[in-house]
Design a protein around this ligand. Sequence first.
Ligand code: 5CU
Length: 378
Amino acid sequence: MALAQKLLVDIHTHVYLPRYAALLRARSAVPRILSAPAGERLLILDHEPSGGRPVGPQYWDREEKIGFMDRHGIDVSVVSSANPWLDFLQPDDAQRLATELNDDLEAYCAQSPSLSGGMKRLYGFGLLPLVPGVPIPALLESVDQISKLPHLKGVILGTRGIGAGLDDPSLSPLWGALSSANLVAFLHPHYGVGDAWGPRDNGHVLPLALGFPFETTAAATRLILSGALDAHPTLKILLAHAGGALPQLSSRLASCIDHDPVVASRLAHDARWYLGKLHFDAVAYGPEELGFVSDVVARSAQFGDKKTAGFGYTVDRKLGSRNMLFGTDHPFFPPLSNTDKWRSVVENLQAIDAVSGWGDAEKDGVRGGNALALFGLA
Ligand code: 5CU
């Protein structure tokens, strides 16, 4: 494997650019940053503890990002704006800010240090003005802007589209434009799914551990059911948090579709086939989960048509690893005590290293080689 393929590349790492942080400071409703005697506090989630969480330069300062990368041996990061993006704005403001923040992110990346071969340490996912009422041509203009910014390699998407979800037929031109521009669409949650968490105070555990991944599961499933992956076969979708529950539920999904002729008639393939078209971050914190996702990706090849494949096949977990990419979720999940390395990062790296059936080539791929290929960096 060439030297570049040994790089450690973080594809799930966030920033609130200074312009966005200023917007949050100016607001009196969530999402907002408020001033407190002990420092600024961030309120973005519905069930944020009153008074919010500490927020500081690790959320917006490029030097802090590079320092974090250096401490963890991360060579390159593909940085995205953190949730809730522009979702709470009116269309005009969302369009203006998307343009400005994309230019800001381009400068943030372009001014980052370079590795010895010339590759930058920072690349980015741009923002689209995905809010209700925005005209589709404005979304396409944003895609055009991002495609011309050399350090932006994709877009980050929430799950709501322009108000009707990602299966909204009016988004079809967006999928076409992203495919043509070869931009990766990083699908990331913010809202969770309803309120199944009960009255007991479990802090952020249930919304983050379950709500976030369930939201991604539902959004990605709706996208599959809309036929968008058939209509746009080169669309590159990257799912946050290892695709949530979608890998675990994909055979059940296939069976439910099979028993619903109307939905089945919309799709060219068995539902399990589409999992091989998707990419998954490796932010799962456990080797068994990573191994399972790679099995499900590898299995997708068995389901190219709608005929029941039967289960006499074997899957090559190594092949499935190619759709998986290391991530950290920085600056979220910081250590609670003052440690040099973050447990959340170390655990994800150890998980990659411990996946049974992956050899060095697969582990190197998940750590960085797959990202270099997906984003066209090497
Ligand atoms: O801890 C959190 O709230 C979050 C969040 O909002 N977004 C994210 O990507 N990870 C953790």
